[in-house]
Design a protein around this ligand. Structure first.
Ligand SMILES: NC(=O)c1ccc[n+]([C@@H]2O[C@H](COP(=O)([O-])OP(=O)(O)OC[C@H]3O[C@@H](n4cnc5c(N)ncnc54)[C@H](O)[C@@H]3O)[C@@H](O)[C@H]2O)c1
Length: 263
């Protein structure tokens, strides 16, 4: 496992109660970062904070819905209040949708997916960027934002149209912001995993109209490696993308997908 040094960085991670966000918090913490965490689920967030604190990491957090603009405002205020800066943001909180063809997808569900997965990232960046620019100017340390898009953000995704639309939007926000701040020591990239073994994916498979086993077999048949991604295979890319060693890397969609997208 590559060892990174984030000991001079304040890292904000949303959706850190479980799955990719939780593991990212552990890995960034282990690499020395000061952590500002968020999750919708208060219990999961508190448990994550308690565990990380007991392991000696500097960590604070706020429970709240990332689709609510106030949550991002409060998280950035917390970062400034506790640690006086913000250098890295992993905008990871997200939800999937029940698998269904577009004409069978519930409109309220589609709206919620877009509110969380797309507007959540918009609000996050809107309030993170001013503090990141200020922190970079004060310390000379560069900043990085990594937005969790998806393979569904760069490819059509049957039975996941609303989710795919939201994630395509995340890619557009990422590319546009990368251009706006390219000369300001702020890099902005999007991570595009394919199906990875987390609760989100097991829930998607459970709701498939084909039933779990058939849905999983269909899904794996399309993946060149014929398997799901593992959490650590995705999280290592988060550290790589946000490392200052990657100083010329911005505006990109980083596919970690077993070869699913080859162009
Ligand atoms: N697992 C995959 O296969 C996969 C593939 C591509 C992209 N992604 C993306 O990666 C991110 C993390 O996915 P995961 O697999 O770890 O999911 P997960 O469901 O295991 O964990 C997501 C976490 O985000 C939190 N969350 C959900 N909605 C929130 C909200 N509105 N406000 C605050 N927190 C909220 C949940 O409580 C949960 O703790 C998501 O953005 C997802 O779309 C996942």
């Amino acid at each position: 496992m590559t060892v990174y040094d984030f000991s001079n960085k304040v890292v904000l991670i949303s959706g850190a109660g479980r799955g990719l966000g939780r593991r990212a918090a552990e890995r960034f913490g282990k690499s020395g970062a000061k952590l500002v965490l968020n999750d919708y689920g208060e219990e999961a967030l508190n448990e994550a904070i308690k565990t990380l604190e007991s392991e000696g990491y500097s960590v604070c957090g706020i429970a709240g819905d990332i689709a609510d603009e106030q949550t991002s405002i409060r998280l950035v205020e917390l970062a400034e209040e506790k640690f006086g800066a913000l250098h890295i943001a992993i905008n990871n909180a997200g939800i999937a949708q029940n698998m269904a063809r577009l004409h069978e997808t519930d409109s309220d569900e589609a709206r919620r997916v877009i509110d969380v997965d797309l507007m959540g990232v918009f609000y996050a960046m809107k309030y993170q960027i001013p503090l990141m620019l200020k922190s970079a100017e004060a310390s000379g340390l560069p900043s990085a934002i990594l937005n969790l898009a998806s393979a569904a953000g760069v490819m059509g995704s049957p039975n996941l149209a609303a989710y795919s639309a939201a994630k395509h939007g995340v890619v557009a926000l990422t590319r546009s912001a990368a251009l706006e701040y390219a000369t300001k020591s702020l890099r902005v990239n999007a991570l595009c995993p394919s199906f990875t073994r987390t609760k989100m994916v097991t829930d998607i498979l459970e709701t498939s109209r084909h039933g779990r086993e058939v849905a999983e077999a269909k899904l794996l048949a399309f993946n060149p490696m014929g398997r799901l991604g593992e959490v650590d295979e995705i999280v290592q890319a988060m550290l790589w993308a946000c490392s200052d060693d990657n100083s010329y890397y911005t505006g990109q969609t980083l596919s970690i997908d077993g070869g699913l997208r080859t162009s």
